[in-house]
Design a protein around this ligand. Sequence first.
Ligand SMILES: Cc1cc2nc3c(=O)[nH]c(=O)nc-3n(C[C@H](O)[C@H](O)[C@H](O)COP(=O)(O)O)c2cc1C
Length: 183
Amino acid sequence: MQALDLLLNRSSQPRLQAPAPEGQALENIKQAALRAPDHACLTPWKFVVCQNLGLVRLGEIFQQAAIAANKSEKEVKRAPQLPLRAPMVMVAIAKYTENDKVPWIEQVASASCALHAMQMAAVAQGFAGVWRTGSFAKDPTVKQAFDLSEQDEIVGFLYLGSSPIKSLPKPKRESAEYFENWD
Ligand SMILES: Cc1cc2nc3c(=O)[nH]c(=O)nc-3n(C[C@H](O)[C@H](O)[C@H](O)COP(=O)(O)O)c2cc1C
């Protein structure tokens, strides 16, 4: 896939099935994350690749978090099913390091770029995915399960897999609505 075609036409796909990326394709996805823009080379990232029992473990964490947060019975029951919506979930974490020149927001931005790069690398290789957060990304029980400090952030759960469905082209946005020219 041409780079510009990918940039102009990337789409998310929530309905995902096996196979998930593996081997060199998965390594390419990881390497794409590690090429994210990174002010002062802090590498403010950590990624957890969940598959198989890892998805079950992630679901158990979601369920514990739902119970701890007094969510409804329906939500508690649904929580362990959430990661099973794809054969692979990448948990993308911004690991914050105090730095005079690189504030928290830039470190979170870097981790977010890494997540997006992984989605792009997956799509470029014929896979599909969707970036999700939801309340569990911010949840203290979930953050604790990943051994995160208060200033670390789960920037998202990247659900990855394959899709038999070709996404419909999205309506084109008018660039003039979002860009103003200062000539
Ligand atoms: C930070 C972030 C969090 C998101 N969280 C969710 C989410 O929890 N659930 C969801 O359905 N979409 C979520 N989305 C939106 C999807 O990833 C996706 O962008 C959206 O469905 C539009 O599809 P598109 O990427 O094909 O334009 C999130 C996007 C971002 C950037």
